[in-house]
Design a binder for this molecule. Structure first.
Ligand SMILES: CC/C=C\C/C=C/C(=O)SCCNC(=O)CCNC(=O)[C@H](O)C(C)(C)COP(=O)(O)OP(=O)(O)OC[C@H]1O[C@@H](n2cnc3c(N)ncnc32)[C@H](O)[C@@H]1OP(=O)(O)O
Length: 695
């Protein structure tokens, strides 16, 4: 239609200029992402249409409202002038779906705004506000009111002016005094951050081509690189992730009825507990412009918490400088700190964020139930505790819900929303709306120990530790998983989070510590294999980064640079001698498969139990909360690319070798999916007799 319209306008002598706009206040979100996997639309090339716009003999002005993203922005780059609404956003986010701007954008953008800014936009995919676009020279004008009228005004003004200087393909790429050195440094940075993710590196190469070749040759290179990405498999994984994230917003009650989210403009929100999690939660709420009251049990803790929150908010405010939104946190109507429980009377929603202790949480919920107004929603920030048990301490279990934030809570996007046996649909809807307002990805899951994320993490970490018992080293295991694409492997992660966290939980479960029955075997618990290694480290005060020693050694307590520790190597070999374990060489394949396939196996068990309503939910949780590499699409998507028969065969093999490890025993659901012929991921749930029984 665009091509036809342009040809018509060019042929009509009464047309003096052309204005291109979008419908309903939005310029364009770019190509239909589903089209990249559809053979019907694959042949459609946008680049020649952008060239056609640029070569028009009549001035073409883009009127950008809402968003101009991907192919949408590339269309605007073909126009001779660009007028944007002040609230518009622009970007080339193709890299985030595993591609590069394939409609000549990698060649035009550097010619317009220079290589450093173009490279930044293209390799990160970030959206920039109109104000920044104006500063960069990406748009010619921004307006507060009618963008289309402003664009028509500009079009009328430029009729008859020469178009040559406005055609980006004819412009040289602005020179830098040190282009070679700049590009070399930029490439190293892109590679370091990409960790196996192809698109940023190929985006870089396309921009580099713009600096080295004439426009037409640069375009040819862009097309070649685009094709490589399109067939890489990584693009499919990222596009799956794009739609999976949107799919988890749609959830249903047992009757299958979708609910509208309750919209609240202004709620008073109370965060209880100002430890690390509480501080991050308060910061997120303030960023979301939600009035918040932060409560602590005494003045000492309150003042400590207030100081930490203020530091975080100052930092966030700095990041937001120059943007449209300002952080309003010095206003007591927006943020208050108190030790006065009476303020609980008026709050609409409470997020309790005290440490993980069932007795303490129950005591607090009993108090909340007595003090809070009848409609108030009571949320508990927990990573594993039973929501039903916490709700049982209240007289309103329908209004009790789990909100599992991830640390640091003002940074991490994931929010696991856990409903209990009595949680009402409107409580779920409100929690989902809260996640959206906080710009987080809310995923509704059922109530079980560890919920979804941590429950799948337990077997992964368990395997990592078993591998140490059998002969591996922390740095070897971490390396394999970091090469796979995780930001940090399980041992670096455990040192970062603090080994004492798991130790406390295991003591609570009676797996170690004083409540462990006398005479328990060192490496067996309740008839299953158990590794006491993490407990032994904790007993020696090795809690990870905070104590300067854990699975690695650090430059000092609180240091962040992990170095392999000869003490750990000696300790491990002594441990193997004590327990008569023969040290063996463990290859990368076994490390990867045992860690990942045990995690995936738990995912199938979770689906079969109805704890999550689809594999997309598990994948979104892992992509947004556990550092799973985005270009691998999440654990369940990854399993589908490996092939379920292979996952099953490997689990069977490892399970036979380790019969005392139940988490390696293939789940019945995985076996079923293989038996029915390796069903594609989107059909998995149809093979369960009871679909999403709990949602
Ligand atoms: C042949 C041409 C060759 C190459 C050149 C072109 C390449 C490209 O253009 S690639 C696409 C680049 N564009 C994007 O990556 C934009 C992706 N979309 C977004 O970032 C956001 O959706 C948004 C900022 C545009 C809007 O955000 P928000 O208001 O929060 O709404 P949702 O994200 O929930 O989206 C609403 C609805 O629209 C669907 N959708 C959005 N963008 C696309 C798209 N580009 N293709 C297909 N569908 C899209 C989204 O899935 C939601 O629908 P569902 O809820 O049904 O999933």
């Amino acid at each position: 239609a665009l091509e036809d319209g342009l040809k018509k306008a060019d042929a009509d002598p009464s047309v003096k200029a052309v204005m291109i706009c979008g419908e309903n206040g939005k310029f364009s979100a770019g190509a239909d992402i589903r089209g990249f996997s559809s053979p019907k639309t694959l042949g459609v090339a946008l680049g020649p249409i952008v060239s056609l716009i640029e070569s028009s003999e009549k001035p073409v002005v883009a009127a950008i409202e809402g968003v101009a993203l991907g192919g949408g922005l590339e269309v605007a780059l073909g126009c001779h002038y660009r007028v944007a609404h002040a609230k518009a956003r622009m970007g080339l986010p193709e890299v985030t779906i595993g591609l590069l701007p394939g409609a000549e954008g990698t060649q035009r953008l550097p010619r317009l705004i220079g290589v450093p800014a173009a490279l930044d936009m293209i390799t990160t995919g970030k959206h920039i506000p109109a104000t920044e676009a104006l500063k960069l020279g990406l748009v010619d004008e921004i307006v507060e009111e009618n963008t289309i009228e402003a664009a028509i005004r500009l079009a009328n003004k430029v009729i008859g002016q020469p178009l040559g200087p406005r055609r980006l393909s004819l412009k040289p790429v602005p020179k830098l005094p040190n282009m070679e050195a700049f590009l070399q440094e930029a490439q190293v940075k892109v590679k370091r951050q990409a960790r196996g993710f192809l698109a940023p590196e190929l985006c870089f190469q396309a921009v580099q081509a713009a600096t080295q070749r004439p426009f037409a040759e640069g375009v040819r290179r862009e097309r070649e690189l685009f094709q490589v990405l399109l067939s890489s498999g990584q693009a499919q994984a990222l596009q799956y992730a794009f739609f999976a994230e949107r799919a988890v917003h749609r959830w249903a009650t047992p009757g299958g009825i979708n609910l509208l989210f309750i919209i609240f403009d202004s709620i008073l929100l109370l965060s209880l507990g100002l430890g690390t999690m509480g501080q991050g939660i308060v910061t997120s709420l303030v960023k979301a412009n939600i009035p918040v009251v932060a409560l602590e049990q005494n003045l000492e803790y309150l003042n400590k918490g207030r100081k930490a929150v203020m530091v975080l908010l100052e930092r966030e405010a700095k990041k937001m400088e120059g943007g449209a939104q300002k952080l309003d946190f010095h206003n007591p109507a927006r943020l208050q700190f108190t030790v006065d429980f009476n303020l609980l009377h008026d709050v609409d929603l409470v997020i309790e964020a005290v440490f993980e202790n069932m007795a303490l949480k129950k005591e607090i919920f009993h108090k909340l139930s007595n003090i809070c107004k009848p409609g108030a929603l009571l949320c508990t920030n927990t990573s594993a505790l039973d929501i039903d048990e916490i709700a049982s301490a209240t007289s309103r279990p329908q209004q009790v819900i789990g909100t599992h934030f991830f640390s640091p809570a003002h940074v991490m996007r994931l929010l696991e929303i856990i409903y209990g046996r009595h949680t009402s649909p409107s409580a779920i809807a409100t929690a989902m709306q809260l996640a959206k307002d906080m710009k987080k990805v809310g995923v509704v899951v059922g109530n079980c120990f560890g919920f979804v994320g941590n429950r799948m993490m337990f077997p992964y970490v368990e395997q990592a530790v078993f591998l140490l018992e059998e002969g591996s080293r922390p740095e070897a295991v971490d390396q394999v998983l970091e090469d796979f694409g995780f930001k940090i492997g399980p041992f670096r992660m455990s040192d970062l989070a603090g080994l004492d966290v798991g130790w406390r939980s295991r003591k609570g479960q009676g797996l170690t510590g004083p409540s462990l029955p006398a005479g328990s075997s060192a490496r067996q618990r309740r008839g299953q294999r158990y590794s006491p290694l993490p407990d032994l480290l904790c007993e020696r005060g090795r809690f990870g980064q905070k104590t300067g020693k854990g699975w690695y050694q650090y430059e000092r307590a609180g240091g962040r640079t992990a170095t392999p520790d000869p003490w750990i190597h000696g300790f491990l070999s002594q441990y193997r001698d004590t327990h008569r374990i023969e040290t063996r060489y463990i290859d990368q394949e076994e490390i990867l498969e045992r860690c990942l396939f045990s995690l995936i196996n738990e995912g199938f068990a979770i689906l079969a139990e109805g704890i999550a309503s689809g594999p997309e939910h598990l994948d979104v949780i892992y992509l947004n909360g556990y550092g799973w590499p985005k270009h691998r699409g999440g654990p369940m998507f990854y399993a589908s690319t490996v092939g379920l028969p292979r996952v099953l065969a490997k689990l069977q093999k490892y399970s036979e070798a380790h019969p005392d490890v139940p988490k390696l025993r293939p789940s019945a659901f995985l076996k079923k999916l293989v038996a029915v012929g390796n069903a594609p991921l989107k059909e998995w749930m149809s093979y369960l007799s009871r679909q999403s029984p709990k949602l």
